[in-house]
Design a protein around this ligand. Structure first.
Ligand SMILES: [Zn+2]
Ligand SMILES: [Zn+2]
Length: 254
């Protein structure tokens, strides 16, 4: 090798070291709020965001996740669940839809910021571990989007979130087990009863894919629970032997 080329290579390697050093000095940024973090690893959160991303350990309804005022309250059925129950078996969630978790979901879902996907996937996996929903299931089924909505967004957030689950659970991913027959995306302006009516019969399950199977149904955000109910009922009507529900986040008071 010519001496000139050797020197150039050494300079190049040296500049790489300097650049890496400068980046370490500058630190990275909190991946949720963007605050500068000194000496942190990529994908790190600032202490505030890390607090906001903690899973919910106590003070919620075990069947619908409704959070109570304090995490220190016992896990106990809420009024509506005590009265009516839910069609699913085990319910699992990561945490309440607020703060840093909400920010990360909004960025991922509405701004297609896939930088948050790894973080959100690990939250969903942790939610599954914490509550055991889907343990022993045969298939994992994400809540579907209507084809029009899918074209607009470009991806189904629930499908992208649940991709690591099947291998963890020894199950198969079945994104086509459920389909939306009607576009019910815009439910704003409707009250609860109208929403329920609007949703009824809007989702179909494929019996060939779900008959006699234990299903884990996955959604990103649980708001009124109507979507989860309609999906669960469709799966059961199509012959699923059991449906568990896992959501990333629960909107409180809905
Ligand atoms: Zn932060
Ligand atoms: Zn409840």
């Amino acid at each position: 090798m010519s001496p000139g080329r050797d020197i150039a290579q050494r300079l190049w390697r040296g500049s790489g070291r300097i650049l890496r050093g400068a980046l370490r000095q500058a630190g990275t940024r909190c991946m949720v709020c963007g605050r500068a973090l000194r000496g942190a690893l990529p994908d790190a959160c600032c202490p505030d965001c890390a607090r906001g991303l903690r899973p919910r350990f106590g003070g919620y309804c075990p069947l619908c996740g409704e959070p109570y005022a304090s995490q220190d309250e016992p896990v106990s059925l809420c009024g509506p669940c005590r009265l009516g129950g839910k069609p699913w078996g085990c319910f699992g969630m990561y945490a309440e839809y607020s703060g840093a978790l909400r920010g990360a979901i909004v960025a991922f879902k509405y701004r297609a910021d896939f930088g948050y996907l790894r973080l959100l996937r690990s939250c969903l996996l942790r939610g599954q571990e914490l509550h055991g929903s889907g343990t022993g299931c045969g298939i994992v089924v994400p809540v579907p989007l209507h084809s029009r909505r899918l074209r607009q967004r470009g991806f189904n957030q629930s499908l992208e979130l649940c991709r690591p689950l099947p291998s963890r659970l020894g199950a198969e991913l079945r994104p086509r087990a459920l389909s939306r027959l009607r576009d019910t995306a815009s439910q704003s302006g409707l009250d609860r009863t109208q929403r329920r009516r609007n949703m009824r019969g809007s989702i179909r399950a494929d019996p060939a894919l779900v008959r006699s199977r234990k299903v884990l149904l996955v959604d990103d955000v649980y708001t009124t629970g109507i979507t989860a109910k309609v999906c669960t009922s469709a799966l059961l009507r199509a012959g699923a032997s059991r449906v568990d529900l896992l959501v990333l986040a629960r909107v409180p008071g809905s």
